[in-house]
Design a protein. Sequence first.
Length: 350
Amino acid sequence: MSHNPHRNHNQHSISDLKRLASGRWREILTAAGLPAELLDRRGKPCPKCGGKDRFASLPDFDTRGSLICRHCHNASSNPRSGDGLASLQWWLGCSTAEAISWLRSFLGLGIGQHLPIHAIKPTMAPPSKPVQSESDRLRVALMADVCRRNLTDEGREHLAKRLGVVPESLRQLQVGWCASRCMTTWPMRDGIGNIIGLRLRDPNTGAKRSVHGSAAGLFYDPELANIESGSRVWIAEGASDTAALLSIGIDAVGIPSAKSGDDLLLELCRRILPGEIVIMADGDIAGIESARLLRSELVIVAGVRIIQPPNGIKDAREWINRGANRDELEREASAAEVFRLDWTISRGGA
C-alpha cells in the first residue's frame, strides 16, 4: 500500500492495523531488530532479559505476532503478552501509542519513518552467578549428611514442637544438627536432587545463614521425584513453611527466599511433571509479587494457582499452626484462579 502524506494516519483502528499486519509479524518484528533465529521454536534465550531458555514464539506467531518470555513478557508483565502489538511494545520498550505509531509507519500508513533499529534499547543480560566448585558441593553435601546423623529422634521431636510441625517432615527434609555452631541444618537441593547448599538456623532466634561454599537451592524431600505424575505440587517460601505443608500431607517444595529459585524449580517441575502447581504466597505484598513472578516461570510446565493466608496471618506455617488442615488448604487452592498457557492456534479474527 503506498503512503499518502495527506491521509489522516489516525483513521485506522487498532483492529485495522492488526488485520493488515496479520501474516507479516515475522517481517515486522525482525525489522524492529528482533533476531529472526529466535522466532522459530520454544526454549530460546530471551533477547531482552537474557534468560537462557525463557523465550518462545507461540504457534499463532505469524498471524498474531504472539511472543512470550517467562520472565519479562508474560500474562503478568506490562505490557502483557498477547499479540504482535504487545510484542512490539515490549521489544521496543515504548508506550502503546508509540508502538501503534511505529506499526502505522511500517505499514505505510503513518507520517514519517518507523523507528530505526538503533533506537531500540540495548539487550542487557543479567550478571552471571558465581559457579559453585565441585569440591565445595561435595564438602557441603558431606556436612549435611554428618549433621543429619547428629540429630537424634529426641532432638527432632523437640525441634518439631518448637516449629509447630511433625517430626516426620523434618526427617523428609533431612534436617540435621551442627554441634559446633549449635544450629539446625537444612539441606538445599538443585532440580535433580543433589545437595548444593546448607542453610543454618538458630533454633532460639530463628536467625539464618548458609555454610560457606553453599549455593542457593530448594528445600524438598528427595522422594518427591517418585510422586505420581499429574499430582498437585505446592511451592512455599522458606524451609519451615515447607515443613509445615509436609506435616499435613501436602507435597511441597520450598524456595530459599522471595524472588529466587525459579530456574531450579523449573528444572524440578520438568522432572516430576506435576498436574498442577500451587504457590503458597506469604501474606504481604512482597509475597504476592514473588508468587506472580514464579507463576510466570512455572506456567510453561503446568497450570499454576496462587493462594495467600487470611488477613493477619503471616505465612503457611502460622496458618497451619492456627489449625488449617490439608482439606481446607486444598479447597482454597481449588477455588483460586488457575493460570495456564494456551498453546493452541487462535482462529479468531484480529
